[in-house]
Design a protein around this ligand. Structure first.
Ligand code: ATP
Length: 306
């Protein structure tokens, strides 16, 4: 096959429990991921000279000035393609074209999503026929969120997030995302978490039973009550204005409001489509918001579309 296109969703964390830093520098996480209807696309085109190139076509102006997505070997999609070459010994190359919709450095794992998409797309154009288990193994070497983005849906993430097991979740949920003008680096938020918790005993993280019960029941009210994120204090310490964003959404009646992953995107749970529109209108006038996006979850993970 000369080219393949893969569509890949963003992720949110319905809970994000963070434990004490491990000797390898990572933090143990206990999280529930959900894939949401906000997609990047990665198109892979075969080349026979072993080279890997990448181009990025951004859809959102709000991030264009503040965050640069690398168009070189630093791009996580390139790292994914390289990892497939290393794993399989394939000597072919590929041109990767990314159509970017997922907010960059927004805590929605856009880079990891592109890596997951590149894994599938390269496997297709190179005919390497990697098994699901092989893809999971390669994905985990690229980033903690990458295995989840291959799977999608709703899933528990353990380890540093890379150990994924699906959750029996009922129903679909309406989400509103408020993006911020400037991205926030995940590493800086974890560093701030370490600074704020220095000298304290940080407990091993757990997924709250009440959150799992809400998902099993498909109970949006209960889910809203039990959304949680251990990185909130650290992210708000770096970006105090996000407190206003969260408050505006709650005042507009959101069932729950937290930051997505390490932020700065704030996420709000709505009752239905109309409620989601009401919350969006309230947020769109907030000075702290760059853009407001209505979305739904869960959706499937990375999928070939052509
Ligand atoms: P996460 O939630 O996975 O920690 P994030 O969603 O906050 O990450 P990303 O959008 O993945 O953040 O981008 C983080 C950084 O990764 C960016 O600042 C960018 O320099 C780099 N990066 C590398 N490859 C990509 C890519 N394909 N898309 C976006 N960013 C990328």
């Amino acid at each position: 096959m000369t080219s393949a296109t893969v569509r890949v969703p963003a992720k949110i964390n319905l809970c994000l429990g963070v434990g004490p830093v491990r000797p390898d520098g990572f933090h143990p996480l206990a999280t529930v991921y959900q894939a949401v209807d906000l997609h990047d696309e990665v198109r892979a085109t075969f080349r026979d000279d072993g080279q890997i190139t990448v181009s990025v076509h951004a859809q959102m102006d709000a991030y264009a000035e503040s965050v640069v997505v690398p168009e070189n070997d630093e791009n996580l999609a390139v790292r994914a393609a390289r990892a497939v070459q290393d794993f399989t010994g394939v000597t072919d190359g590929v041109d990767l074209a990314i159509r970017k919709v997922i907010p960059v450095a927004g805590g929605m794992a856009g880079g990891s999503a592109d890596a997951a998409a590149a894994l599938l797309a390269c496997n297709e154009v190179w005919g390497t026929r990697l098994s699901r288990a092989d893809l999971d193994q390669i994905a985990a070497t690229i980033g903690s969120d990458v295995p989840f983005l291959l799977h999608g849906g709703t899933a528990v993430g353990g380890g540093r997030g890379e150990m994924v097991s699906p959750v029996l979740a009922r129903g679909g949920y309406h989400w509103v995302f408020a993006t911020a003008v400037h991205g926030l680096s995940t590493a800086s938020v974890f560093a701030e978490f370490d600074r704020l918790t220095e000298g304290q005993q940080v407990r091993d993280p757990e997924v709250p039973d009440a959150l799992m019960a809400a998902l099993r029941a498909g109970d949006a009210d209960a889910l809203g009550d039990h959304l949680s994120n251990d990185l909130t204090e650290a992210a708000l310490s770096l970006r105090p204005e996000l407190t206003d964003t969260l408050e505006i959404g709650l005042e507009a009646g959101a069932l729950g409001a937290i930051l997505s992953g390490s932020g700065p995107t704030a996420m709000f749970l709505a009752e239905d489509e109309q409620h989601s529109l009401d919350i969006s209108i309230a947020l769109s006038s907030a000075a702290s918001c760059a853009d407001v996006i209505q979305s739904r979850g869960p959706v499937p993970g990375a999928r070939l579309v052509g």
